[in-house]
Design a protein around this ligand. Sequence first.
Ligand SMILES: *Cc1c(COP(=O)(O)O)cnc(C)c1O
Length: 401
Amino acid sequence: MDIEEISKHFIHVYNRNLVFTKGEDVYIYDSQGNKYLDMGAGIAVCALGYSNEEYKQALKEQIDKIIHTSNLYFNEPSVKAAGYITEASGLDKVFFTNSGTEAIEGAIKLARKYAYLKNKDSKGSIIAMEHSFHGRSMGALSVTGTKHYREPFEPLIGGVSFAEYNNLESIKSLINQDTCAIIMETLQGEGGIYPASEEFITGIRKLCDENDILLILDEIQCGMGRTGKMFAYQHYGIKPDILTMAKALGCGVPVGAFAAESRVADAMCPGDHGTTYGGNPLATAAVCKVFEIFHEKGIVQHVNEIAPYLKEKLKALKDKYNTIIKDIRGTGLMLGMELSIPAGNIVKEALENKLILISAGSNIIRFVPPLIIEKEHIDTMYNILDGIFNNTCNICKELNN
Ligand SMILES: *Cc1c(COP(=O)(O)O)cnc(C)c1O
């Protein structure tokens, strides 16, 4: 396919030049038949890789039964899926959406409604984090901590201030009687793979409890087992008041959700919120099967077994190429490699070597492979990266001479 020709018909918000046609195990194939090792999983979505027959079968069966009913009625898969989510999260009630962004929208609306019921004059102020990413709609963008994403689209929703991630004092200085919610990723993804420190997140939980402020944890990327717990907050022994999830929730079928404790969730009443597609039978059949496979196959346990190996290999690269690789960080299978050069160069070379990598920020490579990844795949990735960094180092040395 001619990239220039097909690009003509798309609004140009992505720079892309490959067409992918099929997936198999942890590999995807382009339209020329080239096979790529996938360390991006469609941006942390395809946790089960591309060949899970049980998952595919469940979708096919649901298509034959019914695809859509609207939310004017219950449907069976969504009832079961809501049960799985509440059980896994320890929260009480769920609302299904079509995307992560919409889960954030719902979470913000719920927090505002909760504050409104306490005090009709509430300003509903929200504290969000610098370098956060919560989505592209006007609401989600309003709490996204990257100024150049927001600026061209202002005015956004009001009452949002930004705190420094992992700096509790910065949060304290922003809290006032108008604060209704604090929103953060438990582990920042797009912003560059920064996990919350224990002190920070437990400190925020305490501040929220003391001031009846709602803690919204965005686990759209870091949730669903990626960090070695079903949800990343479970590493810290705390719970959010509102949780958002999406990406791996449907493992490829577009679906998201937000969940909350009854105390908070019950602030919403009929008419307050809705969606035509959200939680439709096809999407939630995927969610159900994902939870069932996670359980049967011990996916989270596998993450805990395999993730140390990935980190070890990335650290080995850092030791070898310490002029280019500055830091390796992250939890489970959500790891970041900070570079002293633009990440785009390495991502591009990796693609040429049939390895899919994605960046986070300008100089960080993000490793979010399918959760079913095995040592042999990590070894292949290591060898490709070793070659690329070796070349890059030689070029740097020549430039310096
Ligand atoms: C991807 C992402 C979103 C947005 O989800 P979409 O499904 O793209 O709307 C929000 N928050 C985080 C942390 C994400 O990684």
